[in-house]
Write a protein that binds this ligand. Structure first.
Ligand SMILES: Nc1nc2c(c(=O)[nH]1)N[C@H]1C(S)=C(S)[C@@H](COP(=O)(O)O)O[C@H]1N2
Ligand SMILES: [Mo]
Length: 496
């Protein structure tokens, strides 16, 4: 048997195995697809420093890079498995079985997958082994057309299975469930946002971020697909009465709408992980009140359907003046799938990893001692209030602007405290106070702008915010780990 025939045989077996796994995953849940399960497992096993590096280097492409890397490894392993099977198929079969077992273990250990999900990697394993053994026995010398036909058949079968899996996954998809929710009309709408809440024409972002532009941060390789009909939220632990809510139970309550600026702890100084939306939902304090939290409770430990967990202070969740929510709507629509459909937490003033669990299905009232959430175990802080920060949006870094007056504009935030002032400095000049936008509420960002007369040449602007507690942002640079970056944002630009 030629070496080309052997490695092609192995590649076809690989394609068939992945496709079979995907087909079955279409029936039992897309994340059971062994390839995705290995990817998700790899993400959870990755040490924090490597994860930070990946996010910093590849940004939102980090997961694409991971999947591509895995694909390259698989292809190389398949080619090698084919090549080493010189006289018998056994060496190749051993390699294929080993990879199949990795897929099985990955699916088995995923917290978001049940026993049914094991059928997907099993299908992959059996198909991979079977395809390789069968095609290996085809004698290319004897009947070339028949061997080609068998290979073509296997390839066609793999393609059909893969597409079938995708279609099946789509049928169970949450998108149609979301489309069927209909309008969510709050009983208490958020105050109308005045026109002078932003300075878009002067170079700031829009006050309310469109859903499509809202930053996204999570550990999920594929967006969890939860249908509203299948969703429920269990509230238990240190409570007098365990409660379970279904989607309709939440949707049919009087809904409240709140304008809130969310921020990620991984936001570097000057970064983009900050956005504002009108969230619609119910007060978390109401739900906790119905369960009756017992004395001594400290932590609200929330779990997502994909196994991700978060720990929020019970006090923040219960504090009615803070307005923590179980949100089901965002900017006039049901939550987009990527932002947690059917339901998520939003607690104003705390970084997302301790306050904003998406696809939330479980709330356990407990102590700090008893449970450790996902990022806490990986070295991030337990209490993580959002730090007062500001960012320059105009001019852009290294932009060349016309001579004369140069306008500098940006945003500042100090959620739950409020922004008092923003100061801007050109080169080594004095700090000058910027014009602030209308304050919508203390849980949202504020926009600012200022103009400078700038001579031609290279220049630098720096900004710093002061919040309503009188705290002025420190110029001391700190990284994002363990509880948020500090330092002043600066921009270098050139005047013509
Ligand atoms: N299930 C789940 N929820 C999650 C996360 C996650 O990884 N998984 N990431 C959190 C983090 S770190 C942030 S900053 C916010 C981001 O929410 P967004 O993607 O809607 O902007 O979601 C939080 N909720
Ligand atoms: Mo985050």
């Amino acid at each position: 048997m030629s070496s080309a025939h052997r490695w092609i045989t192995a590649l076809v077996a690989l394609a068939a195995a992945l496709a079979a796994g995907h087909l079955v995953a279409g029936l039992v849940g897309v994340n059971a697809s062994p390839f995705l399960a290995v990817g998700n497992g790899a993400i959870d096993l990755t040490p924090g420093w490597l994860k930070d590096f990946a996010v910093r280097t590849f940004g939102t492409y980090d997961k694409l890079v991971l999947l591509s890397g895995m694909a390259v490894v698989l292809v190389l392993a398949a080619v090698a498995a084919g090549l080493i099977s010189r006289r018998t198929p056994w060496p190749g079969l051993v390699v294929i079985t080993a990879f199949g077992l990795v897929g099985l273990v990955a699916v088995y250990t995923r917290p978001d997958l049940g026993a049914l999900a094991l059928w997907a990697p099993l299908a992959s394993l059996v198909t991979g082994v079977g395809t390789f053994a069968l095609l290996y026995r085809v004698r290319p010398g004897a009947a070339p057309s028949s061997s080609r036909r068998k290979v073509l058949l296997a390839v066609a079968g793999a393609a059909a299975a893969g597409i079938g899996g995708q279609l099946l996954a789509g049928r169970r998809d949450a998108a149609s469930s979301r489309a069927a929710v209909g309008p969510l009309i709050p009983a208490r709408t958020a105050p109308v946002i005045p026109a002078d809440a932003d300075f878009v024409k002067l170079g700031t972002p829009e006050f309310v971020t469109r859903n499509a532009g809202f930053y996204r941060v999570d550990t999920a390789l594929t967006v969890p697909q939860v249908r509203a009909e299948d969703w429920s939220l269990r509230l238990h632990g240190m409570v007098e009465r365990e409660v379970r809510y279904r989607y309709a139970d939440i949707r049919d309550r009087p809904l409240v709408e709140r304008t809130i600026t969310m921020t990620c702890v991984s936001n570097e100084v000057g970064g983009t992980y900050v956005s504002t939306a009108n969230f619609v939902g119910v007060d978390l304090a109401d739900l906790l009140g119905e369960a009756r939290v017992r004395p001594g409770a400290e932590q609200l430990f929330s779990s997502s359907v994909d196994g991700w967990t978060s720990g929020s202070p019970v006090a923040a969740a219960m504090d009615r003046t803070r307005g923590a929510m179980l949100a089901i709507g965002m900017n006039g629509e049901p939550l987009p799938l990527e932002h947690g459909f059917p339901a998520r937490l939003v607690i104003p003033g705390l970084y997302g990893y301790v306050s904003a669990t998406k696809w939330v299905t479980d709330l356990e009232v407990t102590t700090w001692q008893a449970r450790q959430a996902y990022w806490l175990k990986r070295g991030w802080g337990r209490e993580a209030p959002i730090k007062t920060q500001s960012r320059i949006d105009t001019p852009k870094g290294f932009e060349t602007v016309p001579g004369g007056k140069v306008r500098v504009a940006g945003i500042a935030w100090a959620q739950h405290t409020g922004i008092e002032k923003v100061e801007v400095r050109l080169d080594t000049g004095p700090w000058r106070e910027a014009m602030l936008s209308h304050e919508v509420n203390r849980d949202t960002w504020r926009m600012w702008w200022i103009e400078f007369d700038v001579p031609p040449g290279g220049h630098q602007v720096v900004c710093r915010a002061t919040d309503k507690n009188g705290y002025t942002q420190t110029g001391q640079r700190a990284g994002t780990v363990p509880d948020g970056a500090t330092g002043w944002h600066s921009i270098s630009f050139t005047v013509q």
